[in-house]
Structure formats: C-alpha cells, structure tokens
Design a binder for this molecule. Sequence first.
Ligand SMILES: *Cc1c(COP(=O)(O)O)cnc(C)c1O
Length: 386
Amino acid sequence: MSESAAALGDSARRAFDLRVRPTEARIDAHALSHNFREARRAAPRSRVMGVVKADGYGHGAAIAAKAFLEAGADWLGVALVEEGLALRNLGITAPILVLGGQYTDYGLLLQHRLTPLVYRPDMLDQLAAAARQRGVAADAHLKLDTGMGRIGALPEELPGLIAHLRGRPEVRITGLCSHFANADLRDPTATRLAMELFVEGRRALLDAGQPLQLSHLANSAATLDLPSSHHDMVRPGLMLYGAVPAPRFAGLADLKPAMSWVTGISHLKHVPAGTPISYGHCWTARRDSVIATLPIGYADGYRRSLTNKAEALLGGRRVKQVGTVCMDMMMIDATDVPGARLGDEVVLLGEQGGERITAQDLADLCDTIPYELFCAIGARVPRVPV
Ligand SMILES: *Cc1c(COP(=O)(O)O)cnc(C)c1O
C-alpha cells in the first residue's frame, strides 16, 4: 500500500472514532460473563470453551473474549487464523482453538500458539514440517466428521490417519473433536449416531497411544440439553450471547441477552392519511400519522426483509416499522407515542420500559436464525461495552 493510501485508510477509520450517529450496539459484559457461568453450570464436570468467532457473534470479539475469560473460560474458539491473531494482539494468552480448518501457514499457528484441527494426511505433514523447522512439538486436535459433512476425517479414514501419525512424532493429538449437525432438532437419531461414532473414534486414538487430553463436541444446544455429550469440554457459542439455538431451549438456563441495538430519531413529521412512505410506496398511512425517521438501514444489518413487519420500542411502547427499509435509514410509525421528540432513543433489539424485542423475534420475521441476525450487524455500528 502506498503511504498516501495508508494515511487515507487511517483517517477514514479514525472518522468512526468520532460519534455523530446515535446508532450503536450496546454490549453488556456482565451478561456475557453471567451466560458463561450458566454454561459452566450446565456442564459442571467439563471445561468450557467460549466461542468468539465472527467477531463474537457480532458482539465484538474483544469484549466477548475478555468477559468469558473473566468468568473462567478454559479455551477460546475462533473460526479463522486471523481471528486468533487478533485475540493474541490484544494480549490474550489463553489457549485458542481455530475451528475453521483453513490454515495455510502452520508456522504462524505455532508462533502464536493457535491450536489447529487436523483431519487429512497433508495437514499432518505440514504441521509436522513446521514443528520440525522450529524445533518444537505441535499440539493439534483431531477433527472427526460424525455426520456434519463439512470438515473432519470420516470414521473410515481414521485408521489411515492414525497410521500416518506414527511417522510424525512432532505432532501430538491432544484433543478429539466433532460437531453436531442436528443437536437443535427434536429428532435425536442423527445426534445419537454422532455420539456413538465419536466415542468409537476416541477409543481408537487412545488405543493408538495419543495423549488426548480433551474430547469435545457439544455446541450450545448439546451443552443445554445433552449431558451425555459433554465429555471433557463443551463449546457453546450462541447461548453465551444470551440467545438459544431454537425456541424449545429457552428456560434450560438463565440467559441474559447481551446486546441492545439502539438508535435515535433523526427526523419527525406529521403526515395526513394517504401519505405513502419510502421506496416503492409499499406502505401508506391509513390515518393522520407521525412518522419518525431513524439513521439505520440494511447496510447496518437491519434486514430489508423486515420491511413492514418488524416492531421497535419508542417511549416504552411497541411501534411498527413502516415503509421499505433503506440502505442507511428507515421509518417507524410514532403516532401512538405523542411525546416523541427528535433524538429520542429507539430500541431495535433489547428492552425499553418493560417491553422487549429479542433476536429470535427479529430472526423469525425475516426467516433466519439469531446467529445470522447477530453476524449481519454491520462494521459501521459501534459496539459499545456497558
Ligand atoms: C460455531 C461453533 C460452535 C458453537 O456453536 P453454537 O451453536 O453457537 O453453540 C461450536 N463448535 C464449532 C465447530 C462451531 O463452528
């Protein structure tokens, strides 16, 4: 990058340190720590990894990692090497497992003590070569594919992989892991099979003399609802942020939503009945109305498919989102909140005056899941610890 481009990038980034727009995601670090302790309570005999991939499920990886470590997290889980490096750059020294399987530079992993998953002979070869070059032993967790069909060694590939390990003493398989495809579904068939395959794989590795300190496969759903899957460690993600993988898990732990997503009224106007609002005129006032404009749109992750469906909280009341959600703005019907003024706080996700909008509420309305809703919240929305 040329010097001027670097300087330009810098000043563009710095512009976001200066706050003009009231739109922000407030992150309650106490709620994150509390939820972590709830995961520990659900799996009292296991270690707990706090999964902070995808910028801590959109909550801010730094805030989340610190809150989980404060609550006693044994491990952190990320998807990307880059995410692991970002945590190391913050001075975090806890063990970090890189769950994504795309490593490329194994020396970089060793240098920063990031633990990879291995599940192919070529991965063992590359990790062993990097370890030899540095004169160190390399720890790795072996990933088994027990029915997810994504990454991992298939059960029938395990004997070959174990044989391949024998010639590579630099690599120590200190953990075995897998991932459930269906732990959130009611039908337990696939989940039971995955657990059986996992236990068989574990036996094979122990028989082969691998140190296997940690066997782990439980995500949030299994942490909450499937104690027989807990093994040595659980790997909850979503529940730590105060949401559940499916509505039927609500009530299995005392989870506090950690994010409230708020903005403020940037424009307010009275319009007569019959006035159309926003692109495509997909909404028309049926009565004389007060329409409030909000400085938030789909570029911030407030999905366009929420148009004319979602509610927001204003003055402690539920009000309707109206008219097509734009890139940077959207409108709400403030007619029933007579005291509404420019600058008043509007809650899109979270609590106000005893009313609450949950990630599940919004996700249901736009046909997705809380996971995607959180991750979609854009980079230009500041995450503000509270
Ligand atoms: C994301 C992820 C988790 C956490 O899943 P949740 O459903 O958010 O609890 C655990 N393990 C792996 C491999 C993952 O990718």
